[in-house]
Every structure is written in structure tokens, then in C-alpha cells.
Design a protein around this ligand. Structure first.
Ligand SMILES: NC(=O)c1ccc[n+]([C@@H]2O[C@H](COP(=O)([O-])OP(=O)(O)OC[C@H]3O[C@@H](n4cnc5c(N)ncnc54)[C@H](OP(=O)(O)O)[C@@H]3O)[C@@H](O)[C@H]2O)c1
Length: 293
């Protein structure tokens, strides 16, 4: 079993939308190499992305330059079953964290990704039917075999996290946080990360792009503040939006979902911005539409 600590890059590249990019394998490899050259070495997957196709698309690209695998970390998830032509035996969307499902999903992911290990495996959504002892045992087996190096969860409440973490050490909770979605600030999720000393991974840190495209009042208010702060700091509003997320003391690791290299550069520029408390709360206030109590 690999006992070395998990090392993710300070910004992770999410590939949820990769199938939509309609790129050739060579173009996908070029994008991966551009990420690596920038210092973004960790890539966030799930078995279900692109209707169970994205891991394969990524794996095909890696197969063009097999040594690239040693330069990057692969995060993947399992536990959701989609109704999809690629899974004809599914008739309803469901969760499954049984040993049989998790092990089969990992084997599929390894084949699709052309790799012999996943650096970090996450349970995608909390499964009300989960047997925590069985899942902990499954995690141990996968780690002992070397097929999975580290394990964690995604979208779990603090009590759901503890249920599993008491039986097997989890390294992260991958959750949603952005200037448009701040629930994790107050529902105990980030408090738990700090208490346990684990770094959360953050999905949709730009609200899935809504921060810059939506015309709703909340987005317009937040965008106005981001634009002002961007001018002050000499960076883009994207960088400010990510700096706002990263300012939390739990030291969140944002997952960007952009295919554009300039957006990845913006994300990295955020690492050099430290927002003052009043600026951070101005974004908070714009999001909520009222000042703190
Ligand atoms: N664990 C979970 O349950 C879960 C759920 C959702 C996502 N995730 C992970 O988190 C990753 C990131 O999520 P996300 O894709 O929603 O992240 P995001 O970074 O909030 O949004 C990315 C989207 O916003 C667009 N965008 C970025 N900057 C923009 C700008 N300045 N103006 C307009 N549009 C802009 C991007 O388009 P361009 O490509 O054109 O820049 C892309 O479509 C996913 O890839 C996935 O790996 C996990």
C-alpha cells in the first residue's frame, strides 16, 4: 500500500466537459501537456463523465505518449449509475457503493485510462444504502492491490463523512463552492475540513460559468464586485473569483472546468492574490444581497 501523502497541484483541471470539446486524441494530449507545463498536474474525472466516455478519451490521449502518465495525478469517482445507452441494464438513476460496483467501476476506469492506478478515488454522492464497513473494506483492498492510492468522498455532509472516515481515512471531500453557491461556508462542511486538517476540493468554482454568463441579479451583483477587485489587483475577474474561494482557511483546491488555456492561466494567477477581509465580505454581500449580521 502506498503510504505517501497525496500531492495534488494547487489548481486541478476538471474534464467533466471533455466529450463536448470534440477534440482529436492529439488535441487532447496537447491540452494535457499544456496543463502540465503550467503546473496543473492533477486531473479530475468520474466514471460517468461524458456518458461513461471521458476516461476513455483521456486514456486514448495518454496512450499517444505513455510517459506522460508519470507526470500527472488522476482523480476519479464512482458510485452513480446513469440511465444511458452505454449502460443498457440501468433503468433508473441510482447510487451504488457496494464492493461489486466500486471494484468493477475501478477496473473499468483503469482500462479506459490506460493506467495501472488511480491516485485518488472518490465516492461521487452519498449513498443512503451504503454499508460503511463494507466500503471501508473495499477501499482497503483497492489500496492494498495498488490500484487506488488514496480515497475520499464528494458531496458528503459532515456526518456522512465521519461515518466512513471513522472506519477508513479519507483525504478529501470534493464539494461545490463559489461566489454564487456558499452553502459549504455555513453548513459545517468546511469547519469539518479544518477540524480534521483535510483540504477540500472545490467543483464549479465559477458556478459552472454562470458567474460570467448569467443575467440573474445575484450574478450581476457579484460580477460587478469581481470586476472592481480585478482592476485593483491587476488580474482578471476569473482570478478574483478563484482567489475568493481559495481565501478560505481550509485551503481549498479549486477544480477549473475550462478548456481554454488562458482560463487556466487566470486560475493560477489567483494563487498570487490574497483578498483582504473587507474585499472577501464584499463578494459575500453581493452574493447574498445583504450585509453580514
Ligand atoms: N464532484 C461533483 O459532484 C462535481 C460536480 C460538477 C463538477 N465537478 C468537477 O469540477 C470540475 C469543474 O466544474 P465546472 O466545469 O462546473 O467548473 P467552472 O470552472 O465553475 O465552470 C467551467 C465552465 O465555465 C466556463 N467559463 C469559464 N470561465 C468563463 C468566463 N470567463 N466566461 C464564460 N464562461 C466561462 C467554461 O467554458 P470554457 O471552457 O469555454 O472556458 C466551462 O464551461 C468539472 O470538470 C468536474 O471535474 C465535480
Amino acid at each position: 500500500m502506498d503510504q505517501s501523502p497525496l500531492m495534488l497541484s494547487p489548481v486541478v483541471a476538471g474534464v467533466w466537459r471533455m466529450a463536448d470539446w470534440k477534440w482529436s486524441a492529439a488535441e487532447r494530449l496537447r491540452w494535457i501537456e499544456q496543463c502540465l507545463d503550467l503546473g496543473i498536474t492533477s486531473f479530475d474525472h468520474a466514471d460517468i463523465y461524458g456518458g461513461y466516455t471521458v476516461e476513455q478519451l483521456f486514456g486514448e490521449a495518454l496512450a499517444l505518449a505513455p510517459r506522460t502518465r508519470q507526470r500527472l495525478q488522476i482523480v476519479s469517482k464512482c458510485g452513480i449509475g446513469l440511465v444511458h445507452p452505454n449502460r443498457p441494464h440501468h433503468h433508473v438513476k441510482f447510487y451504488d457503493t457496494s464492493r461489486a460496483h466500486v471494484v468493477a467501476s475501478v477496473e473499468n476506469s483503469l482500462r479506459a485510462l490506460h493506467t495501472d492506478h488511480i491516485d485518488l478515488l472518490l465516492i461521487h454522492r452519498p449513498d443512503p444504502l451504503m454499508d460503511p464497513d463494507e466500503l471501508a473494506e473495499t477501499f482497503r483492498g483497492l489500496q492494498q492491490s495498488g490500484k487506488v492510492l488514496h480515497v475520499g468522498v464528494s458531496n458528503h455532509t459532515p456526518s456522512q463523512f465521519q461515518l466512513l472516515n471513522r472506519r477508513h481515512p479519507l483525504v478529501t471531500n470534493q464539494i461545490e463552492l463559489s461566489a454564487l453557491q456558499m452553502r459549504a461556508l455555513s453548513d459545517g462542511t468546511l469547519d469539518q475540513c479544518r477540524d480534521l486538517g483535510i483540504r477540500p476540493m472545490i467543483w464549479s468554482p465559477l458556478g459552472g460559468g454562470r458567474l460570467f454568463t448569467s443575467q440573474d441579479e445575484q450574478a450581476l451583483r457579484v460580477r460587478g464586485v469581481l470586476q472592481r477587485l480585478a482592476l485593483e489587483h491587476g488580474v482578471t475577474p476569473t482570478a478574483i473569483a478563484l482567489a475568493w474561494v481559495m481565501r478560505h482557511p481550509s485551503r481549498p483546491i479549486p477544480i477549473t472546468g475550462s478548456r481554454r488555456v488562458e482560463a487556466l492561466q487566470d486560475a493560477l494567477a489567483a494563487l498570487r492574490v490574497r483578498l483582504e477581509p473587507q474585499d472577501w465580505f464584499e463578494v459575500w454581500q453581493a452574493s447574498m444581497g445583504h450585509p453580514v449580521a
